[in-house]
Design a protein around this ligand. Structure first.
Ligand SMILES: [Zn+2]
Length: 401
């Protein structure tokens, strides 16, 4: 694991602190980077494997002598290792507050009665416990907001893209900024304790301020996000049915509000009006809501509804497509996405293809692409603002001298 940590430090160009390293060792879906702590999983994997073996052995009674040794004071060499692994797992389940979870672990003498997928169950129990521990030990509310968002729906998909696909490649700097945003590390570009050139507020070392303060780069991130959503919808429902409005061309008048994307099925059926946004859970305006998973996105969703619901024409559905800057999708965006996948699956089935595999192929292709696009937008926003701040600082120090 030390080698892996060194590798991560090499990529980041700086030391990875203890907290960040513990997060990095979580599964990607739990907010980590998938550099799993194998030593922690070994006991669970071993016990799960023994459960499967025992079942087969008992079924073939000729191994009876072997199985009788287990858990009954037998002297087999594996006995101690097995007892250790069992004690380790049992203590995790003993502390569990999840209903029904404690029944998953069986007595050492009854290993053959364990769940069919015991190995997977045990290892994922260890992973879940590790995630809870990292959350419990979070240093402040901003860390909680970030960790919850990092493990939200689709948040880590930029780490799971197909690297042979050019559209999913990230430059070294973009990758580094995205990784540091995820792990809560100083981004190494911002001079902290310095006031923002736009709003005068103090900026933080992580670059979070640059993801919330108004500026051209955030509009660019929004427009890029909208363009990608529109491409995804075109791929899903057909080119001619998706209309896109960029922020620069929005007309907001007394009785109108043009949405970012309008999907018109063209057959006189329901239209879908989509307005997209990216919010930062660590920003002060979202921090309280972000102490619950998806809270920041939910807050932004409801503010969009209270602003725009009255402009939505009859027979149209309005969707507030909100994602959090760390990557988690808001609930409405997730529901919309599931509906898109459902339609695709149904259409494929009608055409005599495998519906589920068509939908999962679409998801595997678009989820990483959207996630990479978002992280690229974040990184460019931070990089450009820092560059501008440095130029401004150079000028002001030049004036002084
Ligand atoms: Zn600012």
């Amino acid at each position: 694991m030390d080698r892996m940590r060194e590798g991560l430090e090499g990529v980041q160009g700086q030391r990875v602190g203890e907290r960040a390293w513990r997060q990095a060792q979580l599964k990607v879906s739990h907010g980590g980077t998938g550099l799993l702590a194998q030593n922690a999983l070994v006991a669970a994997a071993y016990l799960g494997c023994m459960c499967m073996c025992m079942r087969v052995m008992k079924q073939r009674a000729h191994m009876q002598g072997f199985t009788q040794g287990v858990g009954t004071g037998g002297q087999l060499p594996m006995q101690l290792a097995l007892e250790g692994a069992h004690e380790c797992l049992a203590s995790l389940y003993r502390d569990s507050e999840e209903p029904g979870e404690r029944e998953v672990i069986v007595e050492l003498t009854d290993l053959d009665t364990a769940h069919k997928h015991a190995q997977k169950e045990f290892t994922s129990k260890v992973s879940r416990s590790q995630r809870l521990e990292v959350l419990r030990e979070a240093e402040d509310e901003q860390a909680v907001a970030r960790l919850l968002s990092a493990s939200g729906y689709a948040a880590g998909m930029w780490l799971q893209g197909n690297l042979t696909d050019r559209s999913m490649r990230m430059s070294g700097q973009v990758f580094m900024v995205a990784m540091k945003l995820r792990l809560g590390m100083a981004c190494g570009l911002v001079c902290p304790h310095q006031s923002c050139a736009v709003c005068g507020e103090m900026v933080d070392a992580q670059g979070w301020h640059h993801l919330t303060c108004s500026g051209a780069q955030l509009i660019a991130r929004h427009d890029r996000f909208v363009a990608q959503l529109a491409s995804m919808m075109r791929a899903a429902v057909g080119r001619g049915k998706v209309h896109v409005e960029m922020v620069g061309t929005l007309e907001e008048g007394a009785g109108s509000k043009r949405m970012d994307i309008v999907v018109d099925s063209g057959d006189g059926g329901e239209m879908t009006q989509i307005d997209a946004a990216v919010c930062t859970p660590m920003a002060s305006s979202y921090l309280q809501a972000a102490q619950e998973a998806g809270g920041a996105a939910a807050l932004r969703q409801s503010s969009k509804h209270s602003k725009y619901d009255r402009y939505v024409p009859e027979g149209s559905t309005f969707i507030a497509a909100v994602v959090e800057a760390v990557g988690a999708w808001g609930s409405e965006m997730q529901e919309w996405w599931q509906a898109v996948l459902g339609t695709l699956a149904a259409e494929a089935q009608e055409a005599g293809e495998m519906g589920d595999s068509a939908a999962s192929q679409f998801a595997n292709s678009w989820l990483p692409r959207l996630a990479v696009g978002l992280q690229r937008g974040n990184a460019l926003a931070i990089i450009h603002r820092c560059r501008r701040d440095r130029v401004a600082m150079g000028k002001s120090s030049g004036e002084r001298s």
